[in-house]
Design a protein around this ligand. Structure first.
Ligand SMILES: [Ca+2]
Ligand SMILES: [Ca+2]
Ligand SMILES: [Ca+2]
Length: 147
C-alpha cells in the first residue's frame, strides 16, 4: 500500500485535468506538488502519480523549479520527474505527457548516459541542489507528482 505525503499546497490554479493545460499556462503556474514515501522505478512512479490523477512533475520554468526547491524535504532524496529520452540519445528530452522540454536544469556534464548506460529517465539529485541528471529508468527513486 502506497503512502502519500502532501508536502505543499502553493497558490491556486488548480484545474480538473492538468494534461489539457496549454504549454504556456503550465509553465506560468505553480502546481501543487506531492511526493510519495516509497522509492520505485520511473514507470511505477508515473503510474503511481496517475493513479491519483496527478502526473509526474515536469518543471517547465525557473519559477516552478524555485518553488520546488523551497519546499522539498531536507533529506536530500532523489526524485523522478516526468522527463525522459526513451527515444533518441540525449538530443531530445520529452515530457511524460508529451512534447519536447521547454526548460531544463541539468547538472554539470549531464545528460551524459554515464559509462555508456541507457540513462533515459530524469531525476532531481537531492545532494546537488535538485539539479537534473539522466539515469537508468529501472533505478528506484521517490515519485514527485504535480497536480
Ligand atoms: Ca535515450
Ligand atoms: Ca540519456
Ligand atoms: Ca547521467
Amino acid at each position: 500500500m502506497l503512502r502519500v505525503l502532501v508536502i505543499l499546497i502553493v497558490s491556486g490554479f488548480v484545474v480538473a485535468d492538468p494534461i489539457k493545460r496549454s504549454t504556456v499556462g503550465r509553465a506560468a503556474c505553480i502546481p501543487e506538488y506531492i511526493v510519495y514515501t516509497d522509492e520505485m522505478t520511473w514507470d511505477d512512479a508515473k503510474a503511481a502519480c496517475e493513479s491519483s490523477s496527478w502526473t509526474l512533475a515536469e518543471i517547465r520554468s525557473q519559477a516552478q523549479r524555485d518553488a520546488l526547491k523551497a519546499i522539498l524535504p531536507a533529506e536530500n532524496n532523489n526524485y523522478w520527474i516526468g522527463v525522459n529520452d526513451v527515444v533518441g540519445d540525449n538530443e531530445n528530452y520529452e515530457y511524460a505527457t508529451g512534447g519536447s522540454v521547454i526548460y531544463t536544469n541539468w547538472l554539470n556534464y549531464e545528460p551524459n548516459n554515464h559509462n555508456g548506460a541507457a540513462e533515459d529517465c530524469v531525476e532531481l539529485r537531492g545532494k546537488k541542489g535538485y539539479g537534473w541528471n539522466d539515469t537508468p529508468c529501472d533505478r528506484k527513486k521517490f515519485p514527485l507528482c504535480e497536480f
